[in-house]
Structures are given as C-alpha cells and as structure tokens.
Design a protein around this ligand. Structure first.
Ligand SMILES: [Zn+2]
Ligand SMILES: [Zn+2]
Ligand SMILES: [Zn+2]
Length: 166
C-alpha cells in the first residue's frame, strides 16, 4: 500500500475488534497531544462510528446510543461528533451527510474519498500532488484553500468482482 492510501476498502474477513481497539488507542493519544479529554461520551460515539467501515449518519448513532440504555440527547452526540471531527478522528462525508473513522488522525492530511455507491464502502487517500495542484489553481484565482476534501463516487473492487462472477 502506498503512502497516499490512508485506508483501502476493507474486506469483511479481518479482525475488526483490533481496528476498534487501535482507533480508541489513537484517539487517546491524539486527545492527550491536544491537551483535551476523550470523555466517555466522545469515546462511545467514536466507538460507534468505528463499529463498521461504512459511513454512518448522526441519527443512526443516536439510535445505537439509545438502544444501549437510556435515550441519548441529540446535542450531546452532535457535540461529540464535532469534537471528533475537529481532532481529525472522524471525517464528515458531505455527499452522504455521514461520518467515517480516520485511521491516521496523527498526520495532517487532506482527504480524497472513493465511495462505492453500491455497498457504501469507502476508501481514503491522501495524494499530496493532487492537493498541490488544487492549491496552485486556487492561488491563481486569488483563493485561499482552508479545507479540501474530494468525494468520488463509483463501484468498489468487491462489487465489481461480484458483478464479473455473475
Ligand atoms: Zn476493521
Ligand atoms: Zn483521514
Ligand atoms: Zn462496493
């Protein structure tokens, strides 16, 4: 896997528990470095985002939280998501209005997402040359880029292989 691939499409046959454990450990480290606390609420929301490698919507998170006991208050969940997003622990996919965990919150990166419109799988890339190109083009127009994210729709390898097998 090249450096520009942050997260490949994930197949179902892997040890997902260790993905979650690693994500929580990284979150601890990121929060400590930022001088902030990974409160139980934030930790729980992050864990729920990481329950799968598919993007998850805020209201699905609310539902998951509510079934695990008392009803979760929407503002708490939104605040937790906002915290996680700012810390780089999750990304918000604008086209889906959904969130996905980032496996590399330790490095600053712009993100390019490949989104499978069939199964919802997402891969994340960080291609510096693409970012540089966008920056250069923007500069020519006197535009300063604050945040850059590219979302590309298509069909993932697994879905295409399934098609080919039919
Ligand atoms: Zn996993
Ligand atoms: Zn990321
Ligand atoms: Zn797919």
């Amino acid at each position: 896997m090249t450096r520009s691939v942050i997260q490949d499409f994930v197949t179902s046959d892997h040890d997902h528990d260790s993905c979650i454990d690693a994500a929580l450990a990284r979150a601890q480290a990121v929060c400590r470095a930022r001088g902030e606390r990974l409160t139980p609420q934030r930790r729980q929301v992050l864990e729920l985002v990481w329950r799968s490698h598919r993007p998850v919507k805020a209201y699905d998170l609310l539902e998951r939280l509510s079934t695990s006991g008392r009803r979760a208050a929407p503002p708490t969940v939104y605040r937790a998501l906002e915290f996680l997003r700012e810390a780089g622990l999750v990304h918000r996919l604008e086209s889906l209005n959904a969130f996905i965990g980032c496996p590399r919150p330790d490095i600053r990166h712009s993100a390019q997402f490949l989104i499978c419109t069939r199964c919802g799988a997402v891969a994340e890339m960080d291609d510096a040359s693409l970012t540089a190109k966008i920056d250069a083009n923007a500069r020519r127009l006197g535009f300063k880029v604050d945040d850059e994210k590219i979302e590309v729709n298509g069909t993932c390898r697994a879905c295409r292989e399934r098609d080919a097998a039919l």
